[in-house]
Ligand binder design. Structure first.
Ligand code: PEP
Ligand code: MN
Length: 359
């Protein structure tokens, strides 16, 4: 439930309300909007119902949070958006993230070449899987710890924060050593034990929408992480199963504005896994950015023909800079600024004066 405080409520009155919420074993989350300040009481429904805060000093009114997800709900944050800060780069609000890198870490050469290229092209973070969720148990499963070591080297050389997938809570410790963002893949979106562990870790997490999951189910997955006190959650639309067979998955771009209406969390779009085809990646990226996505996570490879997995959909490294400029222009249309490094300096969208960033 939401407790809307009076505009002239004192700090002591805030404290008293928070103490009352905590005394029944629930959590209190204070949030200051432009016009109102609220305290959300999160916990067991029956206990919350017995709080009886209506009419308490400093309390204006008590409003139930009707959605099954509470901490992920837009209601909790009023008009504000959650802005994450990852390795000094902001995501959410008017900050756009361009996360790029190979599907999977294959070799030192492949990863470092990609990392340097996407860094020079203006990427905000480097992606790459060391643990891969493959349909076939006989397919390449990822380099594991060796792959994590290569990601650590790429991070040391470029300064790019790392986004990498965790599939099994037993690998949490080594993954956390290198990951700036833990990716929970589409197939694990409803692995609640894994979500809880990532929640407890406090590490920023990117949750990909399950292949056949509703937006409410995605938001409930986010709630598992948020419930553990980890507020660093990004949602990711990556395509869903529909009756259409002309491409692998249907990228649900309606999800972008709708998720932003339902939640305060940043929304990232993966334009690579839905079409499964390189030529469709750019139009989908531009549409996603123009629709107001807070970022794109895209696959890039120096030699896609030789890629171990997802070769047909990976952008070529030599095309990345030109692609990045177009995506940033589309993001600017939606009012987003970008965070890119240029010789250690923050660069905003449109600020592409350096030859290093020339299209
Ligand atoms: C990936 O990002 O490499 C991946 C496997 O994505 P998804 O979980 O969306 O299929
Ligand atoms: Mn992939």
């Amino acid at each position: 439930m939401m407790i809307v405080m009076k505009q002239d409520a004192t700090e002591d009155q805030f404290r008293a309300v928070i103490n009352r919420i905590e005394s029944i074993g629930a959590r209190a989350r204070r949030s200051s909007g432009v016009e109102v300040t609220t305290i959300a009481a999160i916990g067991d429904r029956e206990h919350i119902a017995r709080l009886e805060l209506d009419g308490s000093p400093g309390v204006d009114r008590v409003v139930p949070i009707l959605k099954p997800y509470k901490l992920a709900s837009r209601q909790i944050c009023h008009d504000a958006c959650t802005v994450l800060e990852i390795g000094g780069r902001k995501v959410g609000g008017d900050h756009f993230a361009l996360i790029a890198g190979p599907c999977t870490v294959e070799s030192r050469d492949q990863l470092l070449t990609t990392a340097h290229t996407v860094d020079a092209g203006g990427a905000t973070m480097l992606r790459g899987g060391a643990y891969k969720p493959r349909t076939s148990p006989y397919a390449f499963q990822g380099l594991g710890v060796e792959g994590l070591g290569l990601l650590a080297e790429a991070k040391a050389r470029t300064g790019l924060p790392i986004v990498t997938e965790l599939m099994d809570a037993r690998d949490l410790e080594p993954v956390l050593e290198v990951a700036d963002v833990v990716q929970i893949g589409a197939r694990n979106m409803q692995n609640y034990a894994l979500l809880t562990e990532v929640g407890r870790s406090g590490c920023p997490v990117l949750i990909k929408r399950g292949l056949s999951s509703t937006l409410e189910e995605l938001l409930m997955a986010a709630e598992y992480v948020l419930k553990e006190g980890n507020e660093n959650v990004m949602l990711c639309e990556r395509g869903i199963r529909t009756f259409e067979t002309a491409y692998r998955f249907t990228l649900d771009l309606t999800a972008v504005p709708v998720l932003k209406e339902l939640s305060h969390l940043p929304v990232i779009v993966d334009p690579s896994h839905a079409p499964g085809r390189r030529d469709l990646v750019e139009p989908l990226s531009l549409a996603a950015a123009a629709a107001g996505a807070d970022g794109i996570i895209v696959e890039v490879h120096p030699a896609p023909e030789e890629a171990i997995c997802d070769g047909p959909q990976q952008l070529r490294t030599e095309d990345f800079a030109r692609y990045a400029r177009k995506v940033e222009a589309a993001a600017a249309v939606a009012g987003k600024t970008s965070f890119r490094r240029r010789d250690g300096v923050v660069a905003e969208i449109g600020d592409v004066g350096s030859s290093r960033f020339a299209a």
